[in-house]
Design a binder for this molecule. Structure first.
Ligand SMILES: [Zn+2]
Length: 508
């Protein structure tokens, strides 16, 4: 199995552009590996549904937490449907299925002595659901992310022996598997400062909304620790869980099967995360994997933040964010997928600018690919009754080889891959300009014109196959148009966009 994971959004509100970026990215590389791998490819996605923030928000809204998170999860599922995101498993962390896996993992760690209980005192940020050392706070003693004062908490919690795996975690961080490398470096510095054991439970009386700690009614699992286990939940066979729940008298047998399911699926081949959650995935999760004696991820990729055009982080209170639907209104689903993959940086943060998006859409899609499809199909339908034999193209007459696009995808770089693809369309337009088949037809050399148009039609067919990885519907349309028995003049695939964009006051 070739296992690709997407981080699971914390569902205390509706999906934003950053979530869509993650979904489109993992969907694209999954489509690529599904095509290039003989192994079966598995993509896990899901939602993170526990924790104090969600619990309090549900209370504020006067509804049960389960109802609150179910409703929010639907928003994500609907959006992934709209964007043709093809995942193999969608984990909801409030599901009974996830609870079972989380508890089995907990028991395994406890049995091997990696979990212990101790009294704890510390500064806690509710927004982060995390403890802070005084040195990590801002000058006025606030959380550096939320700019709010953390609360003093004293309680008895369970701890995971993370410090024990410091050496192995450092080896992983230095192994070159993480991209971009500065993220690995940051985490390495953090670990080298001295790794502490981490608290992995909370008092149930204070936070009833979580996965119960097995064998201790007073505690629930810390949301972050439990959310990371979603990468196991996704790959356990549903039958294994059903058997575990239905036939408790054979518990050991079914737990053994559950471990076998997880072992069979590991390692994660591509772990996609954001830099904001690097510590949890590249340090804590690695410690958990080591404690469970499971192999580590083969590649990890961390994306940056999407900021507004001034470089200020998108935030609800500032109202400077961009919603997925705003993008769809202007560019359609495939246009939005393209812009996300081509205009959002892979290595660092991105300052989102509507003008750049409109410019990119028009120049790359409407004026390059769309234009080529329109011109070729118009010439073929008008002058050759739509009849072109793609099979007649002789060896060595292809105008462009798109194979390099696949290599860039294997390097997890959709932007470079798309650039290489766009170059192919540009070459096609240039060839059309320089050979002028319309003039050849006027001069009576229809045979030569037909050869040129056959070359261009083959280029478009090849392009349609690769572009369907990034833009599924567009790929299918171009393929249908160009491989039809009779080629008809195409309808515009991409309309010039942006002219009628209503600028809402908050963007001025
Ligand atoms: Zn915070």
């Amino acid at each position: 199995m070739f296992y690709i994971t997407s981080p699971i959004p914390y569902t205390n509100s509706t999906p934003h552009l950053g979530h869509l970026l993650e979904a489109v990215f993992v969907d694209t590389i999954t489509r690529f590996y599904t095509r290039s791998q003989t192994d079966s490819v598995f993509l896990s996605m899901g939602v993170d549904q526990h924790g104090l923030k969600i619990y309090e928000q549900a209370q504020t809204n006067g509804i049960e937490p389960q109802e609150f998170v179910d409703h929010l999860a639907d928003n994500y599922i609907k959006l992934w449907e709209q964007f043709e995101i093809r995942y193999d498993e969608f984990v909801k962390t409030s599901s009974p299925r996830h609870r079972v896996v989380a508890q089995v993992v907990w028991n395994k760690l406890a049995k091997s002595g990696h979990i212990y209980k101790k009294a704890y005192e510390g500064l806690y940020c509710k927004g982060c659901e995390d403890f802070y050392a005084p040195s990590q706070l801002t000058e006025d003693k606030k959380c550096p992310i939320h700019n709010t004062k953390p609360i003093q908490m004293n309680e008895e919690n369970y701890f995971f022996q993370l410090s024990k795996f410091s050496q192995q975690i450092q080896e992983f961080l230095g192994s070159g598997t993480i991209h971009p490398s500065y993220i690995a470096k940051e985490q390495l510095n953090f670990v080298q400062e001295g790794l502490q054991d981490i608290s992995i439970s909370r008092e149930k009386s204070r936070l009833p909304w979580g996965v119960p700690v097995p064998g201790d009614d007073t505690q629930v699992m810390y949301v972050w620790f439990e959310a990371l286990i979603n990468y196991f939940t996704a790959i356990v066979n549903p039958e294994t869980i059903d058997a575990l729940v239905e036939f408790p008298y054979q518990l050991d047998l079914h737990i053994e099967q559950l471990w076998k399911d997880i072992q069979d699926a590991m390692p994660i081949n591509v772990m996609y995360i954001s830099k904001e959650i690097a510590k949890f995935h590249l340090v804590i999760f690695i410690g958990i994997l080591k404690a469970l004696d499971l192999p580590l991820p083969q590649r990890a990729l961390a994306h940056g933040l999407i900021n507004d055009k001034e470089g200020i982080k998108f935030s609800k209170s500032l109202g400077n964010g961009v919603s997925p639907q705003e993008m769809v209104e202007l560019f359609g689903v495939d246009g939005t997928r393209f812009l996300i993959l081509h205009e959002i940086n892979i290595d660092g943060d991105t300052n989102f600018n509507w003008d750049n998006m409109i410019e990119s859409y028009n120049s790359h899609l409407a004026n390059n690919i769309g234009n080529l499809v329109m011109r070729v199909t118009t010439l073929v339908s008008k002058n050759f009754d739509g009849l072109i034999d793609l099979e007649s193209l002789e060896e060595g007459y292809k105008l462009y080889d798109f194979a390099q696009c696949y290599n860039y995808l294997d390097q997890l770089n959709p932007r470079k891959s798309l650039d290489y693809l766009l170059e192919g369309a540009r070459k096609g337009n240039e060839y059309l300009e320089s050979t002028k088949p319309w003039s050849l037809i006027k001069e009576g050399d229809k045979e030569k014109a037909q050869k040129i148009l056959t070359q261009l039609a083959v280029l478009l067919k090849d392009l349609s196959e690769i572009i369907s990885i990034f833009m599924p519907a567009t790929g299918q349309s171009i393929h249908q148009i160009i491989t039809a028995d009779v080629i008809e003049k195409a309808q515009p695939l991409f309309c010039q966009s942006g002219k009628n964009r209503k600028i809402s006051p908050r963007f001025l």
